[in-house]
Design a protein around this ligand. Structure first.
Ligand SMILES: [Zn+2]
Length: 91
């Protein structure tokens, strides 16, 4: 069971507010939300929108975008959050 990542509020991205409302509302209605945002990131340079560095690593996600694997923090040294002592950044 997954928990919503609080750092990106489940969106899987950071700084989404920097995407203009007009484009964002288009993305929000899209079934390919994450793919569309990644495309937007590639096409634009003057922003800090990126894949979340808590449920992801800044470029891709550890599991599902905006979600952690389960209710427990992933196990320490071998988990994806080993660099943070095994804890999700948002916990
Ligand atoms: Zn996240």
């Amino acid at each position: 069971m997954a928990t919503t990542c609080t750092r990106c509020e489940g969106s899987g991205f950071l700084n989404l507010f920097q995407i203009p409302d007009e484009e964002m509302s288009k993305f929000n209605r899209s079934a390919d939300f994450h793919k569309d945002i990644l495309g937007w990131i590639e096409k634009h340079n003057d922003h800090d929108v990126q894949v979340c560095d808590c449920c992801g690593n800044g470029e891709t996600w550890h599991g599902l975008p905006g979600e952690h694997y389960n209710n427990e923090d992933p196990p320490g040294p071998n988990g994806p959050y080993a660099y943070n002592g095994g804890l999700c950044l948002c916990h």
